[in-house]
Design a binder for this molecule. Structure first.
Ligand code: ZN
Length: 69
């Protein structure tokens, strides 16, 4: 399995911790690597704060960004 954005290998089960994951970004588990998820969260925050615009974002992130709403 590979990250849909950067192509990095995803290491199967990463939820060794508690089953009640509080982070909403878990929706991308098994789809995106943790780096891209983190990047996505950063991008979302920046857009929210008007630091960057959606058109400045790497287009590969856009579909996932929209799913986060
Ligand atoms: Zn990635």
């Amino acid at each position: 399995m590979k990250c849909a954005i950067c192509g990095a290998k995803l290491h199967g089960v990463s939820n060794k911790g508690s089953k009640t994951q509080k982070r909403p970004t878990r929706i991308f588990a098994g789809v995106l690597c943790h780096r891209c998820v983190r990047e996505l969260v950063t991008i979302k925050t920046r857009i929210k704060n008007n630091t960057i615009k959606e058109e400045d974002v790497d287009p590969r992130f856009i579909p996932y960004l929209k799913q986060m709403k």
